[in-house]
Design a protein around this ligand. Structure first.
Ligand code: GAL
Length: 437
């Protein structure tokens, strides 16, 4: 993998500047201070002269848009994980045509390991769950035209050892970073989820250092690997993770409930300043298809993740998924917003007792607009071109969930009402619009 190639473009230089600056202060640590910038772009930290230590160019190339795929955790969590579940997910992705829409990574989360490392220190796949081994599983996934991902932790314990009583010792990568990275290469891994799991408490690690350490090990490999890190947003990773990883969790774990989804959405409003191509805020994986989510909640979950330029990792059983959930996951207009090449995450322009308006700038001057009702009652939500920072019209409007074109607005701008967008939005639902000239 050639990680130090051409110079990144301006926006990326900004991101690299943040990363380089934070790498430089790693020694003093605690660089979690949040930028006070009020602009819509990444804050302009001066580019560091040590930027050659940051693999920004190739990171951008590898995750130029937010990664999409499937991950085992939200579907089977720890104890029901096995190779058949993973193969079935890969089969279903292809059978449903989700691969053609961009869902390409099949990621094995925690609980894949034998309880002990082998004598040579190497991690081993759990023999009962993965009798054919991980190389064979990766080959199976690759043969489907998909990519393969795996879970590791920087400390000495994985999270399932801490929270799910998964038996084992030393299953984290602490002290085995190079060996574990080389294992990823040998298996044919394309995506690493590197999950913190209180490594500060168990091993005295510092997040920036531990995540950069594994980044450096991945960089040594002659293999492009998407690098997804997670410390649950505790140390404000958006301020230091660009340039270290392709994506970083911004929240604690998502649950399959509207309360959890809505809480996460509310916590993301300020993060738009920090993400962009090759460096994505990750508000955690999708829960659609799980729990008791209504169809409106499912669409609001996926639609807001698309507004947030979030990675879209499915975590449900695609053999049992309902037609409405499958349809929502497959909406090409919504996916196009998520995958928009500009990579500009949405910002919230109004919040009134749970009635929210978000806007995302898209390549070519289009705008994605979300009218989100997180309350328990139908609510009329309105915005204006002025509030959206949109020039005068006319603007064509497409409703992305109904996939229908609506009356253009802003043609005359003679009446104030000509610039108003107003919809009745059901409880726990969103209207998602694309405005174009
Ligand atoms: C959590 C993580 C989950 C899952 C789990 C595995 O910390 O947030 O997404 O990976 O660990 O044990």
């Amino acid at each position: 993998m050639t990680l130090r190639r051409k110079l990144p473009i301006t926006r990326h230089q900004l991101l690299a500047g943040i990363a380089s600056a934070s790498l430089l202060v790693v020694a003093s640590c605690g660089s979690g201070s949040k930028s006070t910038s009020s602009t819509t772009k990444a804050p302009s930290t001066p580019a560091s002269t040590s930027s050659t230590t940051v693999p920004v160019a190739s990171m951008d190339e590898l995750a130029a848009t937010p990664p999409m795929g499937w991950n085992s955790w939200n579907q089977v969590r720890c104890y029901d994980l096995n190779e058949d579940v993973v193969k079935s997910a890969a089969d279903a992705i292809v059978r449903h045509g989700l691969d053609k829409l961009g869902y390409s990574y099949v990621v094995v989360d925690d609980c894949w390991q034998e309880p002990e490392r082998a004598e040579d220190g190497s991690l081993q796949p759990n023999k009962e769950r993965f009798p054919s081994g991980l190389k064979s599983l990766a080959d199976y996934v690759h043969d489907k035209g998909l990519k393969f991902g795996l879970y590791l932790s920087p400390g000495s314990e994985t999270c399932a050892m801490q929270w799910d009583e998964y038996p084992g010792t030393g299953l984290g990568s602490f002290g085995h970073e190079r060996q574990d990275a080389e294992m990823l290469r040998d298996i044919g891994v394309d995506y690493l989820k590197y999950d913190w799991c209180a490594a500060d408490e168990t091993d005295g690690l510092v997040p920036q250092e531990a995540f950069a350490h594994m980044r450096d090990e991945l960089e040594r490999l002659e293999r492009p690997i998407v690098y997804s890190i997670s410390e649950y947003g505790k140390h404000q990773p958006w301020t230091w993770a660009p340039g270290i990883a392709h994506m970083w969790r911004t929240t604690s774990d998502i649950a399959p409930s509207w309360g959890s989804i809505s809480h996460i959405i509310n916590s993301q409003a300020e993060h738009y300043k920090y993400s962009g191509p090759g460096a994505w805020n990750d508000p955690d994986m999708l829960q659609v298809g799980n729990g008791e989510l209504t169809d409106d909640e499912v669409r609001a979950h996926i639609g807001m993740w698309a507004m947030l330029a979030a990675p879209l990792m499915i975590g449900t059983d695609l053999d049992k998924v309902s037609p409405s959930v499958l349809e929502a996951l497959s909406n090409p207009d919504v996916i196009a917003v998520d995958q928009d090449p500009l990579g500009q995450q949405a910002r919230r322009v109004s919040l009134d007792n749970g009635a929210q308006v978000w806007v995302r700038e898209l390549e070519g001057g289009d705008l994605a607009v979300a009218l989100l009702n997180s309350t328990d009652a139908e609510t009329k939500i309105a915005t204006t071109l002025e509030e959206l920072d949109a020039e005068s019209g006319p603007w064509k409007i497409r409703d992305l969930w109904t996939q229908s074109d609506e009356e253009p607005i802003g043609a005359e701008m003679t009446e104030p009402s000509d610039s108003v967008i107003s919809r009745k939005v059901p409880p726990h639902a969103m209207v998602m619009l694309r405005l174009s000239r």
